[in-house]
Design a binder for this molecule. Structure first.
Ligand SMILES: N[C@@H](CCC(=O)N[C@@H](CS)C(=O)NCC(=O)O)C(=O)O
Length: 228
């Protein structure tokens, strides 16, 4: 199996939040995977994948794109291994979690990190990244970076339901981690991989949860080194 991921100048520090979901999901399933680093402007060139984004999973000559599809594929292909979704109802709940999570957390975090991302990407990606992200932001990367603290404050306010949930349970999926946890963990791997800013207070339940997630699968997530 191969998992195509997104890197910047440092090819060991894959920072895509969506790739991290798939990477953790593959580890959860006990799958051994070869990571294939790509920069933004190489993604469309992966022959046979017909992809615009990573992650891309290649398995027995089949390409699966989109992290959600990859998770569904893994549960279908390996039904005897620990499930990522607890049945059809669990999958439907994870889908809701994913969409709320996107709206609550990804949307405010993207402008907070965009200036830091620009500093870590490969030089060959800089024009593409600036043009595409400035169109999405409706402002320059520098203007967004100057407002980083405001965006982070908005982001931190949105953490309340997630911290509250972890007061009653160890993982978003209950007593042990599964796909909702990997959705959340990807976000923190993204921030850690590109930015020195601290998203959490040490007394946030999410802080301890993240430490537990860091220890999973031979500390897989710790391949990302803090920038701060
Ligand atoms: N819905 C997709 C989103 C994936 C995505 O947005 N990936 C980003 C990296 S974090 C990407 O490949 N972007 C390529 C680009 O913007 O050109 C998924 O879940 O896999």
């Amino acid at each position: 199996m191969k998992l195509y991921e997104l890197v910047g100048k440092d090819k060991t520090q894959g920072f895509s939040p969506y790739v991290w979901r798939s990477r953790m999901a593959l580890a959860h399933k006990g799958c051994t995977v070869e990571m294939v680093p790509l920069i933004f402007t190489e993604i469309a060139d992966v022959e046979g994948a017909n992809a615009k984004t990573v992650p891309i999973l290649e398995h027995n000559g089949t390409f699966i794109t989109d992290s959600w599809n990859i998770a569904c594929y893994l549960d279908e292909q390996f039904p005897d291994r620990p499930p990522l979704f607890n049945g059809a109802q669990g999958k439907a709940q994870a889908n809701l979690f994913n969409n709320i999570f996107f709206y609550n957390l990804v949307v405010p975090l993207f402008p907070a990190l965009v200036g830091d991302i620009f500093n870590v990407i490969d030089d060959r990606d800089r024009d593409y990244f600036r043009t595409s992200r400035e169109a999405r932001l409706g402002k320059s990367l520098e203007e967004a970076a100057a407002q980083q603290e405001d965006y982070l404050a908005q982001f931190r306010k949105q953490l309340w339901p997630y911290n509250q949930t972890l007061k009653a349970q160890d993982y978003f999926d209950g007593a042990s981690p599964a796909y909702s946890d990997y959705i959340m963990y990807g976000l923190f791997q993204w921030a850690k991989g590109v930015s020195p800013c601290q998203l959490l207070n040490t007394d946030d339940p999410l802080h301890d949860w993240r430490a537990r997630m860091d220890d999973l699968y031979d500390s897989l997530g710790k391949v990302i080194k803090p920038r701060g």
